[in-house]
Design a protein around this ligand. Structure first.
Ligand code: UD1
Length: 362
């Protein structure tokens, strides 16, 4: 199968290329190598795959690249939370417009292969919560007043009681709370409509907190695992925000790559979305501790700072039941094993101070 991987030079996209090559696919990678993210083509690009430096928004460049393509894994996106609302047009152009141009070009070719979208759990906003009195509820965004007082867990919006966080299922209504999240949800909508109107099978994947080699390092906008790893490498302690008890699902990039392979070759009709995660939530403090221990740096044990980022959600972790049942996906890399390997993994250098990244989600 000849497969196109967009965002092929990025953290997740490059691992998908490797997995597809290993599975015997004929792989075509495309990436715009946005100067804010890349100093040039990274040296980890798989030599067995074709690579094109091209901007997806440029349909003329895209047209010849799509010749003979039988499957698409769409990973290219500008990631992270951005600096301020000023970034809105950058996110919209790289995530929404680029996806629109790609889908239009595929429709023009009467593409009938599978289109897999690398989406994100960020579309959920807060995770799922249950109140003993009111059942499943959707908490309000947390206020600076409450966070300053160390009240990190969002209360029941109806009675103010403490809530129990639960795994989030794909049926939960989406609630994008930042520009990036809104564009990731829009990508899902565009891909679904493309599928309906062209009869091309579409699969939507929602990645949880992905970690592994080639993660961009030393950037305040990188995921927490990479930030902690970079600090430990510099002989500094990981700085844990809030009380460190916030829960996430850390999934290894090799599992995310395998989920793409499964989605591309699946013989089913269900478009998802599917949570791509391990099903085993961990606290940020668990993660910081595991990394520090695996790094053999007891002097740099994590520091719980009580500081917070107003835009952060408290808990979000996955139900993996649907992905297991329909996609046959189950993460293979366990938390301890993955974190141990991560301490040795090579990270990708990012430009100091640059927050913009045009690469793979999340
Ligand atoms: C991240 C991504 C999001 C992506 C999602 C799913 C960012 C900014 N967010 O969201 O785009 O869709 O994963 O893959 O890339 N923390 C610390 N210390 C730090 C940095 C962070 O304790 O130095 C805490 C945060 O307060 C938060 C948690 O770690 O509670 C996770 O933060 P982060 O890695 O940014 O991820 P998400 O918010 O889960």
């Amino acid at each position: 199968m000849r497969v196109l991987v967009t965002g092929a030079a990025g953290f997740i996209g490059s691992h998908i290329v490797d997995s597809l090559v290993e599975a015997g696919c004929d792989v075509v990678g495309v990436d715009c190598l946005l100067p804010a993210a890349h100093t040039g083509a990274p040296d980890y690009l798989n030599p067995a795959a074709e690579f094109h430096r091209a901007d997806l928004r440029d349909s003329a460049s895209l047209r010849p690249i799509l010749a003979g393509i039988e499957g698409v894994s769409h990973q290219a996106a500008m990631v992270g939370l951005g600096r301020s609302f000023d970034d809105v047009t950058d996110y919209v152009t790289h995530n929404d417009l680029a996806t629109g141009v790609l889908l239009k070009a595929l429709a023009a070719r009467e593409f009938k292969g599978r289109f897999v979208l690398g989406g994100s759990m960020v579309v959920y906003g807060e995770g799922a919560y249950e109140c003993v009195e009111h059942g499943m509820v959707r908490p309000q965004p947390r206020t600076a007043l409450k966070l300053d007082a160390g009240e990190f867990d969002p209360p029941c919006p109806r009675c103010g009681r403490n809530l129990v966080p639960l795994p989030i299922a794909e049926t939960t209504p989406t609630d994008p709370r930042n520009v990036y999240a809104a564009t990731k949800l829009h990508q899902e909508h565009l891909a679904s409509i493309f599928g309906r109107e062209t009869d091309a099978p579409v699969t939507l994947l929602r990645y949880h907190n992905v970690y592994g080699s080639r993660m961009p390092q030393n950037s305040p906008y990188a995921g927490v695992a990479s930030i902690f790893r970079s600090r430990l490498e510099e002989g500094r302690s990981p700085e844990v925000f809030e009380d460190g008890r916030q829960l996430r699902d850390f999934v290894h990039v090799s599992d995310v790559a395998r989920a793409n392979l499964l989605a591309l070759t699946a013989g089913f009709e269900d478009p998802g979305p599917f949570n791509i995660a391990t099903g085993h939530p961990k606290s940020i403090n668990d993660m910081a501790t595991a990394l520090a221990e695996a790094n053999g740096a007891p002097a740099n044990s994590p520091v719980i700072t009580g500081r917070y980022r107003l835009g952060d959600v408290r808990h979000v972790f996955a139900s993996t039941e649907r992905a297991e049942r329909l996609l046959g996906f189950r993460a293979k890399v366990g938390f301890s094993e993955g974190m141990r390997a991560f301490t040795q993994a090579r990270l990708r250098e990012s430009r100091p101070g640059d927050h913009r990244r045009c690469s793979s989600v999340p």
